[in-house]
Design a protein. Sequence first.
Length: 198
Amino acid sequence: MKNNIFHSPPALENEKIKLIPLEVHHSAALLEANDPEIWRFMFNEITTLEQMDQWVTTAVRLRDQQTALPFAVVLKEQNRIIGSTRLFEINLSQKSCELGSTWYSKENQRSFVNSSCKYLILRYCFEELGMMRVQLKTDERNLRSQKAIERLGAVKEGVLRKERILSGGYVRNAVLYSIIDEEWPAVKAGFALRDSKY
């Protein structure tokens, strides 16, 4: 039954943010939200509509292959797409997945947006999909991302050496984090505490 998530992917939302299934026609809105600096630590570097089209098409293809759920991030107050995030490496039989490929427009970084998105997706993973493990990876050089992941309550597991070659040829090391099912109640409580401060 859970395989239906790929054929009828969910929309996840709270009062400020809505995560909608990513579609090819979102490319132009994503390019408008884009800034080249966003891609510094990511696999691709996107500056043109053609590159964004390719990035979105690849994400949608992974959903068709039943290994990923990519989302466009909508700021509800403005009804505007401000970035993207996704679940991938989804293995329903092993109850595990990875949360990543996340980026937001520069003006929405270091705001409530990331916390809202992560909460919606993690709640979906643990409370609806019954996941045992959700992992997150980030470039070893990306200290801001590491701090953000650690603020979520994720546990640092180590460094994956020479984890991938980025589009510019740089060979990166990746820092690996995870949240497991028995940790979710404490992580969820941490979100509630942070949200009460907004």
